[in-house]
Write a protein that binds this ligand. Structure first.
Ligand code: NDP
Length: 343
């Protein structure tokens, strides 16, 4: 049990129009309900806040259902099992015991009561618990599947990735480099992020897209063009990439974070018809459709992490009451690497 038998959870109370506002959500405290047979009480230690959650605040058809109004929001989280009522195995059939660290989707709250099917026991000794929300978790698999399968990356390709200093983008660029890209270019907002990409993450070139016109900067960074664009941003980034893509180029359409708060249709890309003559492939994807790659991803990227051949960063915000601020910040570049909330 929590020390005082209470928990807190964030609820969506109004659907945002444009940028989410403080009045769209509320943090509610309540007594912890009693455990049913076959349930575990989990004390969350890290919550994930992710750009896709903005889409879940809208009442619109999507690949994940909208957050219900007045109900708890959810998302990735890791936590420690405080107690288990009866016997329990996780979704992979492993026993779940008090003290285990588990990964689950009942984020945006301090505690969760979950059955075995809803949790996955993770090895918090092999890697920090929160890395299962980042490099070893959903963002890592997104980068891996998006670059290798969707973007059909081949050794020697010239790769451009946007939101390159973020959770997904920073892994994309490093995987491309490790797998033999002839050029890795990233774009990010601000000189500190650009410096990190060049000094620590091993990018060949990095563009501060806030410092000047992106399409010109991309032409300078990749004068011979690019073969693969990993799109996290949409809009003018996609337009600049289409302009720089070579014959037969590929776009892995992962996200469009520049547009998530838009209330009107985006102005760019205006040059989509170039895709015809250049024989481009633009392919959207959702990570859950690539779960079959998880064992391969875990083995390969797990080894890179263990050997220190891949770097990752975290931006950690402290406290359940700051979860919504952390979410707003991830939409506006307040993070380098994975944005997390530590409880
Ligand atoms: P990040 O850690 O990359 O955080 C989002 C970043 O987007 C911010 O840090 C900010 O960085 C950048 N950004 C925000 N607004 C703009 C803008 N107007 N123009 C350019 N960059 C902007 O998030 P994730 O790594 O979790 O996600 C990256 C993308 O991948 C998102 O679009 C997300 O929705 C998508 N995604 C898709 C999945 C799928 O299955 N298809 C799965 C997971 C993520 P900066 O300071 O550089 O502007």
């Amino acid at each position: 049990m929590s020390a005082d038998g209470t928990m807190a959870e964030w609820r969506l109370v109004r659907r945002p129009v444009g940028e989410p506002a403080a009045d769209d959500v509320e943090l509610v405290e309540m007594s912890l309900p009693p455990l049913d047979e076959g349930e575990a009480l989990i004390r969350n230690t890290f919550l994930s806040v992710d750009p896709y959650m903005r889409g879940r605040m809208n009442d619109a058809p999507s690949y994940v259902p909208p957050f219900p109004l007045g109900g708890p929001m959810d998302g990735g989280a890791v936590g420690v099992v405080e107690s288990v009522r009866g016997e329990m195995t996780d979704r992979a059939g492993r026993p779940v015991r008090r003290g285990d660290t588990v990964l689950h989707d009942a984020g945006w709250r301090t505690h969760a009561l979950l059955t075995g099917r809803a949790v996955r026991v993770v090895d918090a000794k092999a890697a920090p618990a929160q890395s299962y929300l980042g490099i070893l978790g959903m963002p890592g698999l997104t980068a891996y599947a998006g670059l290798l399968r969707v973007g059909e990356f081949r050794s020697g390709d010239r790769v451009f990735v946007s939101a390159a200093a973020g959770a997904v983008g920073s892994i994309v660029g490093q995987l491309a480099r490790l797998k033999g890209a002839s050029l890795v270019v990233g774009s990010a907002g601000g000189p500190d992020k650009v410096r990190w990409l060049l000094d620590d993450a091993g990018f060949d070139r990095a563009i501060d897209y806030k410092a000047g016109p992106l399409h010109k900067a991309l032409k300078v960074a990749a004068p011979e063009g690019i073969d693969v664009y990993f799109d996290n941003v949409g809009g003018d980034h996609l337009e600049a990439a289409i302009s720089s893509l070579r014959q037969g180029g590929r776009v892995a359409m992962c996200g469009a974070v520049a547009q998530y708060n838009d209330t009107e249709a985006p102005a760019a890309p205006r040059n989509l018809s170039l895709a015809i003559g250049k024989r481009l492939t633009l392919r959207g994807f959702i990570v859950v459709d690539h779960r079959d790659l998880r064992p391969q991803f875990e083995e390969e990227v797990g080894a890179l992490v263990r050997d220190g051949r891949i770097v990752w960063r975290e931006t950690v915000i402290e406290g359940i009451e700051r979860t919504f601020d952390a979410f707003l910040a991830v939409l506006t570049g307040g993070n380098t690497g994975k944005m997390l909330v530590r409880l």
